[in-house]
Design a protein around this ligand. Structure first.
Ligand code: NAP
Length: 292
């Protein structure tokens, strides 16, 4: 079994990005600048945003954290985004989800300038991705594609099962893997909460992308020998033996599945760090596009 080391791969990508920043500096170009908007503080959101800001520092990007109160009105938030859209210093920005209930998430995502939409959530970018046109790819599916590419995992002609059909992970990765492209060309089955007999489907899969948010859902009896496993899930499980009171669990029961897998991502240290690295890669692309 080979561990798909997202932490190590993400570190390599960050080193490559840091070199790009050095080149930009040498040419007296504009340093990439990512802004992150957070509204209130929901669960692990602040931790996620802080790690994104930290990652910017590590590669030499500029970053701005816009920390807004939980009771901000939708109108005020949309005004903040309009300012970011106009701000020539900001190359790209993200709005950390989830948002408080009184704010319409769809309206907010639609308000992001597609050229600064480094999360790749705007319908313009999703539409372009679907049509095989250049676009910002949503960072998590982009990270999975990059991991497959760097570990040279063949996907062409393979049976891939994606568990979960969310707009940010399951749906886009199912599209990318089925496209006529390198590390695409797979035969993809997308399963969800209404799917009957998931086990029968996963048992036939060469590659399984697991993104449903149910800790340790995929167990050893659900997979065949030699399978490749991409575990996207991150759930905090209470654990009194840990100093912080919880442990992170993936959607895969690592102990039983890893015994049969040829390749598997760990949690933590798999898809998570790749997501952040690809967000930075998107920010560099936005910087190049906006400043060329
Ligand atoms: P989501 O929006 O909640 O979507 C979950 C999907 O899983 C839905 O399509 C749902 O089906 C399906 N599902 C739920 N229970 C199921 C079951 N018992 N059997 C089959 N399908 C089931 O989740 P998400 O945003 O994609 O996130 C999934 C997980 O990935 C979470 O743990 C999240 O924290 C993690 N995540 C990690 C990263 C990272 O960077 N590592 C990034 C994003 C998300 P229905 O559509 O029928 O409801």
């Amino acid at each position: 079994m080979i561990l798909l080391d997202g932490k190590q791969t993400a570190a390599e990508i960050k080193d490559e990005l840091a070199l790009e920043v050095e080149k930009i500096k040498k040419n007296k170009g504009k340093i990439p600048h990512l802004a992150a908007v957070i509204v209130g503080n929901f669960g692990p959101s602040l931790t996620y945003v802080n790690s994104k800001v930290k990652a910017c520092e590590r590669v030499g990007f500029n970053s701005t954290l816009i920390d807004l109160p939980e009771d901000i009105t939708e109108e005020q938030l949309l005004h903040e985004l309009a300012l970011l859209n106009k701000d020539a210093e900001i190359d790209g920005y993200i709005v950390q989800l989830p948002l408080p209930e009184h704010i319409d998430e769809q309206k907010v995502l639609m308000a992001v300038d597609p050229d600064k939409d480094v999360d790749g959530f705007h319908p313009t970018n999703v539409g372009k991705m679907t049509l095989d046109l250049p676009s910002f790819l949503s960072a998590t599916p982009y990270g999975i594609m990059e991991l497959l590419k760097r570990y040279k995992i063949e996907t062409s002609g393979k049976n891939v099962v994606v568990i979960g059909r969310s707009h940010i992970v399951g749906r886009p990765i199912s599209i990318l893997l089925s496209q006529k492209r390198d590390f695409g060309n797979a035969t993809v089955t997308l399963v969800h909460s209404r799917t009957k007999n998931i086990k029968e489907i996963t048992q036939k899969a060469d590659i399984i992308v697991v993104a449903l948010g149910v800790a340790e859902f995929l167990t050893g009896d659900m997979v065949r020998e030699g399978v490749t496993i991409i575990d996207v899930g991150i759930t905090r499980l209470k654990d009194a033996t840990r100093k912080r009171g919880y442990r992170l669990a993936g959607d895969v029961h690592f102990e039983s599945v890893s015994k049969k897998a040829a390749y598997i991502t760990p949690v933590p240290g798999g898809v998570g760090p790749m997501t952040i690295a690809m967000l930075l890669k998107n920010t560099l692309s936005a910087n190049k596009k906006l400043n060329s």
